[in-house]
Design a protein around this ligand. Structure first.
Ligand code: PLP
Length: 518
């Protein structure tokens, strides 16, 4: 069984939401703009979901638009604000929290350039606790045209002090945009009780399908449509509505309103504490990168000094525990997290951060299973001689792939179908699983073990087998396997360069192993 702990990236779709989407596709499939009965039913559904969203978000007034997700909502809000700032000489800056999701600074830069405004775009600094520097904001608010501050951070879970921000903005001409993606379902929002002009939401972060979202626009706040056309959404957002997605989002909102599906805050905190304890036990020396008391109870961001994020991701993923890098990690290189950098954390932490996040609908039994799996990952690490006290033995001295040119585009990949064909055509291909021993051990926990007959030989140990492979008949294929593809690709390139041209790797990694595709 997979243990999915990456809810801040996306969530599965709630059963009620799936059923609602199916109904909207099969039975109540009308176009809400149609004047006949089928259309009128769809219109009623649209109105019902919007009314529910207004109650859940505390937005009885203003506009609440259905959009394709938070990125669209953020762009619409930024465009609206910036169009209204044209020709104004009382403002000269656009401010955004230094830990915002990239969609915010990118939208600011995009529309500022496209509209030719030339306003200065500046990041509001945050403290080591991840919260906005309110004194800085107060000092810059008088000449700000737009201020963007997220309600809760997607990497760390740090919850912003929205009341403090509102106070810092008192008397400022600035419009206020709040990216509320990670707050939905986890924090009370009461949008209309704060001087928030725009708030963006994304359905897929809370059990609705991808491609759904909401944008709140305060009564009287400037608005410019991103798309014009058929006049849908009161001519504020053209295009036939995504009724299946909206129906599903409606089911999630109804569950939020009705209770019984989502855990209360105290239960989520207990779950978080349980997971934190399991992590500390599994990974001695672990440091949490943000103060839990200031964070959403559903997010833990941590680093383990001496262990790279990629190692932890490989280990957990092999065990079927889906977590993500708190920083953008590639196999070759870990990019530091801009969020943790803004918080002033040391480089060792910013480049090795890992995020674990769960959804507010999860159950106690799931958390128990997750904790057991996390502890087993710690065991796998210890029994293969790795701990945070010892530098990982990557065996670089014997790593035959170390000197490879990563730009070399020698095509060695086989997709699952091609691999199946190769296995069918060849009686005895050699399969080599190049994952590290701790991954192999962890893989036994999840059923992600390598296929029967595969030889286990970590990338760092390929030298041991090279002579044997080079003695193989040219027609014998050697197929390398790893978690997600890059390491097996390097192994295949290495073997070709050494002289055995029939070397391949499974593109996409073991998750796509043929037996697992159906
Ligand atoms: N804002 C935050 C805080 C997010 O976490 C995300 C998604 O990762 C987005 C915006 C973008 O959301 P969407 O995928 O709906 O466009």
């Amino acid at each position: 069984m997979d243990i999915y702990l990456d809810a801040n990236a996306t969530t599965p779709v709630l059963a009620q939401a799936q059923a609602a989407a199916l109904r909207a596709m099969a039975q109540e499939f009308g176009n809400p703009s149609s004047a006949h009965g089928t259309g009128l039913k769809a219109r009623a559904l649209l109105d019902e979901v919007r009314a529910c969203a207004r109650r859940v978000l505390g937005a009885p007034s203003g506009q609440l638009l259905f959009v394709s997700g938070a990125t669209e909502g953020l762009h619409t809000a930024v465009l609206s604000a910036l169009v209204a700032l044209r020709g104004r000489d009382d403002v000269d800056g656009l401010l955004y929290g230094a830990t915002e999701h990239k969609a915010v600074p990118e939208a600011l830069a995009h529309w500022n350039a496209l509209l030719g405004l030339g306003l200065e775009v500046r990041a509001i600094p945050v403290g080591s606790d991840g919260r906005h520097d309110l004194a800085w904001l107060r000092a810059h608010a008088p000449r700000a045209g737009l201020v963007c501050t997220m309600a809760a951070n997607n990497e760390t879970g740090v919850v912003s002090d929205l009341d403090g921000i509102a106070a810092a903005l008192a008397g400022s001409p600035a419009l206020w945009l709040v990216d509320s993606v990670q707050a939905l379902g986890k924090l009370p929002l009461a949008l209309a009780q704060r001087p928030i002009d725009y708030a963006a939401f994304s359905g897929h972060k809370l059990y609705a399908p991808k491609g759904t979202g909401l944008l709140y626009v305060r009564e009287g706040a400037p608005f410019t449509p991103l798309m014009t056309g058929g006049g849908q959404e009161a001519a504020l957002r053209a295009g036939t509505e995504n009724m299946a997605g909206i129906a599903a989002l409606g089911a999630v909102l109804a569950a939020l309103e009705g209770g019984g599906v989502f855990q209360d805050g105290a239960t989520l905190e207990r779950f978080r504490d349980q997971l934190a304890a399991a992590l500390v036990q599994a990974l001695p020396g672990l440091r949490f990168n943000a103060p839990p008391t200031l964070c959403l109870p559903t997010t833990l961001n941590f680093s383990v000094p001496g262990l790279q994020a990629s190692l932890l991701l490989n280990l957990f993923d092999a065990a079927g525990v889906r977590i993500s890098g708190g920083s953008a990690c590639s196999a070759a290189k870990a990019e530091p997290s801009h969020v943790l950098q803004a918080m002033g954390l040391p480089e060792a932490q910013t480049t090795s951060a890992v995020r674990l996040s769960f959804g507010p609908a999860c159950e106690a039994a799931f958390i128990d299973a997750a904790c057991a799996r996390i502890r087993a990952c710690g065991e796998a690490l210890r029994s293969s001689g790795l701990s945070n006290n010892a530098a990982p033995d990557t065996g670089l001295a014997t790593d035959l792939t170390a000197g490879l040119d990563d730009q070399d585009a020698t095509p060695t990949e086989l997709d699952a179908a091609a691999l199946q064909a190769l296995l069918a055509a060849h009686p005895a291909p050699l399969l080599v699983d190049v994952r590290e021993p701790y991954e192999q051990q962890a893989a036994a926990l999840s059923g992600l073990a390598a296929p029967a007959g595969a030889q286990a030989l970590p990338l760092s140990r390929l030298a041991q087998a090279l002579a044997g492979w080079l003695a193989l008949p040219a027609a014998t294929p050697v197929v390398f396997l790893c978690r997600s593809g890059p390491r097996s690709a390097r192994a295949a390139r290495m073997l070709r360069q050494q002289g055995h041209g029939n070397a391949w790797h499974l593109a996409g990694g073991l998750a796509l192993w043929p037996g697992r595709l159906t």
